[in-house]
Design a protein around this ligand. Structure first.
Ligand code: ADP
Length: 400
């Protein structure tokens, strides 16, 4: 079975084509700047590494261009779009209605539309992508995989905020969480690698990319998570503040800022960028640290401190912790940040192993702590696209 995985933004389509018998990626790439005169198509496949300008006035045209390229006989990827049996769509917000991956039909599109108010930047783009893909690949089954789904198992004491109950009942104010597909993937991988049944494992999974989040996993299910009603809550991120006193935005408004300016400042000008004043990118920031930039050192210190603090909190709510799992660009690659996390978790029994930290990088999964460490800390590369492809295959095959 061939499965096509798509992740649609308002002006981009990221895609991967999988051959599911061996989970091989046959082609992957992105169309960017959809709707402008400068749209580009990138495609990597066995026989090509393409980057070219294309004409893609909308998502439907963009899908048609991807498909035309995939069936180009010189590339030899596909003979016909009809070979694609399933299309897996990443959908950001399923709200309380969509708690697992499902076949897309009119009812499910209505659910995604209904939840657009909770993800106004993402869900409308996801719907545009779904409609365009259904038009361009009409013979395939289309499956939605929700970012929020893995976090739908949080109990009310974790997902409710202590605000007037009506904010929840009338306005849907609660913790939903994000990055769920990544947390689910690494939790399943960790169970395999640690040799524990997936429904028995207790973990703290830590996704550190541009956005950052943590999940407490008990018996394979999420019981708490750092992101909230929006992705702003929790850890310090590239440009997002994470946790702060909820009175601060109101105070800054009283100081003359407009609500939308505060919103932009907290989402786009805060986090590593805001504190350092230098960069939102961990690699750049570590370079500045080496040159002695104090603001960069403080930003990295705050980044690690917040993670360590949440590990402590999640230890308190889990019956035991089989491992802390680091993933995402920083978790998979950033040696200094990983080393600091391991060292600062010594009080929980973590024994940092510098050599393992150095060798477990560039796509490798493995422990960053020494044999005999009471708390194992692992790096496990995430693969949200593969998780989406597996869900799609399972549903298309009629397993549910
Ligand atoms: P996104 O959330 O957009 O998918 P990524 O998961 O790629 O982002 O993570 C981006 C972050 O990972 C950036 O801060 C980047 O500096 C960091 N990163 C990526 N590769 C490395 C590396 N080799 N060393 C240190 N940091 C890295």
């Amino acid at each position: 079975m061939k499965v096509f995985v798509v992740n649609c933004g308002s002006s981009s389509i990221k895609y991967q084509l999988f051959k599911m018998t061996n989970e091989q990626v046959l082609a992957k790439g992105i169309v960017e700047r959809v709707g402008t005169d400068e749209a580009t198509l990138e495609m990597q496949a066995e026989r090509t590494n393409l980057k070219t300008t294309v004409s893609a006035a909308n998502h439907t045209e963009a899908f048609n261009i991807i498909l035309e390229t995939l069936i180009d006989p010189r590339l030899g990827v596909l003979e016909s779009p009809d070979q694609i049996e399933g299309v897996g769509h990443r959908v950001v917000h399923g709200g309380e209605d969509a708690t697992k991956s499902a076949r897309i039909n009119d009812d499910l599109i209505a659910v995604i539309e209904k939840n657009s108010k909770l993800a106004p930047l993402h869900n409308p783009a996801n719907i545009a992508g779904i409609r365009a893909a259904m038009a361009a690949i009409p013979n395939a089954e289309h499956i939605a995989v929700f970012d929020t789904a893995f976090l739908s198992t949080l109990p009310p004491k974790a997902y409710r905020y202590a605000v007037p109950a009506e904010w929840y009942t009338k306005h849907n104010v609660r913790r939903y969480g994000f990055h769920g597909t990544s947390h689910r993937y690494v939790a399943l991988r960790a169970a395999e690698l640690l040799g524990k049944p997936a429904d028995k494992i207790n973990l703290i999974t830590v996704h550190l990319g541009n956005g950052c989040s943590m999940t407490a996993v008990k018996g394979g299910k999420a019981i708490d998570h750092t992101m909230g009603m929006t992705p702003l809550e929790g850890l310090v991120m590239g440009t997002r503040s994470g946790d702060l006193d909820p009175a601060i935005p109101l105070y800054m408004i009283s100081q003359g800022m407009k609500p939308e300016e505060v919103d932009a400042a907290l989402n786009k000008d805060s986090g590593l960028l805001g504190v350092s004043g230098l960069s939102n990118d961990m690699r750049d920031l570590l370079g500045h640290c080496e040159k002695g930039a104090e603001s960069a050192k403080l930003a990295v210190e705050m980044f690690v401190y917040r993670i360590v603090k949440y590990v402590g909190a999640y230890f308190a709510i889990l019956p035991s912790v089989d491992a802390v799992v680091l993933t995402g660009g920083i978790g998979e690659n950033s040696l200094p940040v990983r080393q600091k996390i391991c060292e600062q978790l010594a009080s929980f029994g973590a024994i940092a192993d510098e050599q393992r930290n150095i060798t477990t990088t560039r796509g490798k999964a493995g422990p960053l702590t020494a044999n005999g460490s009471k708390l194992p800390i692992w790096a496990i590369p995430t693969n949200e696209e593969l998780m989406i492809a597996r869900d799609t295959r399972r549903i298309v095959a009629g397993a549910e």
